[in-house]
Design a protein around this ligand. Structure first.
Ligand SMILES: Cc1cc2nc3c(=O)[nH]c(=O)nc-3n(C[C@H](O)[C@H](O)[C@H](O)COP(=O)(O)OP(=O)(O)OC[C@H]3O[C@@H](n4cnc5c(N)ncnc54)[C@H](O)[C@@H]3O)c2cc1C
Length: 297
């Protein structure tokens, strides 16, 4: 039996593995993707991870994995499909039918940005299509960007980008925004933000980079970038009945990652928090590993 099983080898899981191995725990990391390093691998360039400016997301993920490996972390490729606790032992069943037992578990399964599912979106991800204004906004100095969505994230993204870009379109399918009234008022007072409602994007166009978008009201807009902020889906189904989730499906826990279930910790994007980034995921992993080590003691 392992001291600690970590589900997910994104930045949160790998950071947790590093801290847990250095605390002398017997650790296994379970990851469903071959050599997976989580969402960060999808990022063309990461400019906001301290000390490693301009690195590709793929390379950053590789560095994280190599670092965790260098301290002797054991990895297992497989998807965890069931998680239960019996007599203080956590039992993880994999898709293959294999079973892993551990005294404690860190659940670091991450989240995924929801897609618009319109023509051109998939092809232009990383080439003008982004799901994260904090990550990629700095590339739009003096340019034109569109933000799609009506919640707080979309409003925050539009405000954030308005300080960088020359012009920002905020496009929402309804006339009313779900996000805070205060942010809506701020948006209305920014001269370089144009609100377009109700409207849906039907196409994102561009050869090698985004050049324009088409709306269902017939309008076409020339833009350099499109920020899609229509929400994220946390990968919390596996623990739905074991821990407390917030209204959006994120696991309720503070930065220690301690959940309602004894010996089950969470870390990274799957946890309730304000900022979902590589650096906050890595920080969560470290905290959760320390909380798990304390629990095991
Ligand atoms: C396109 C893109 C660009 C980004 N750019 C930046 C950036 O520039 N800067 C920045 O700071 N952040 C960026 N982010 C956000 C950042 O990548 C995430 O915040 C971070 O990866 C979250 O780490 P995590 O470990 O919590 O989760 P994830 O990275 O989502 O990793 C979770 C891992 O768990 C695995 N998993 C899930 N379920 C199971 C299961 N049941 N069994 C086994 N394995 C499972 C997944 O395969 C995955 O590898 C970007 C995200 C995207 C999508």
């Amino acid at each position: 039996m392992k001291d600690l099983a970590i589900i997910g080898s994104g930045p949160a899981g790998l950071s947790a593995a590093l801290y847990a191995k250095r605390a002398n725990l017997d650790v296994i990391v379970i990851e469903k993707e071959f050599q997976g390093t989580g969402q960060v691998a999808e990022s063309a360039q990461v400019d906001n991870y301290l000390g490693l400016c301009g690195i590709s997301g793929f390379d950053l993920g590789e560095k994280f994995r190599e670092h965790a490996e260098s301290f002797g972390t054991e990895f297992l490729e497989g998807e965890a499909v069931r998680l239960e606790q019996k007599n203080n032992v956590w039992i993880i069943t994999l898709q293959s039918g294999d079973i892993i037992e551990a005294k404690a578990v860190i659940y670091a399964a991450g989240a995924a940005h929801k897609r618009l599912n319109v023509s051109g979106e998939e092809k232009l991800i990383g080439k003008g299509v982004s799901y994260c204004a904090i990550c990629d906004g700095a590339l739009y100095h003096g340019k034109t960007a569109a933000v799609i969505g009506g919640g707080d994230t979309a409003l925050d993204d539009a405000l954030y980008l308005s300080d960088i870009a020359k012009k920002v379109y905020l496009i929402h399918r309804r006339n009313e925004f779900r996000g805070s009234k205060k942010s809506v008022l701020k948006i209305r007072s920014h001269e370089n933000i144009e609100v377009i409602t109700p409207a849906n994007v039907t196409e994102i166009a561009g050869e090698n980079r985004v050049s324009s978008i088409t709306l269902d009201n017939g309008r076409s807009l020339f833009v350099d970038g499109v920020f899609i902020a229509i929400g994220m889906s946390p990968a919390s189904d596996l623990v739905r009945n074991i821990v407390d989730l917030d209204d959006n499906g994120y696991i309720k826990a503070d930065e220690t990652g301690v959940t309602r279930a004894r010996g089950l910790f969470c870390a990274g994007d799957v946890r309730t928090k304000k900022l979902r980034q590589v650096i906050t995921a890595a920080s969560d992993g470290a905290n959760a590993a320390m909380a798990a080590a304390e629990y095991l003691k």
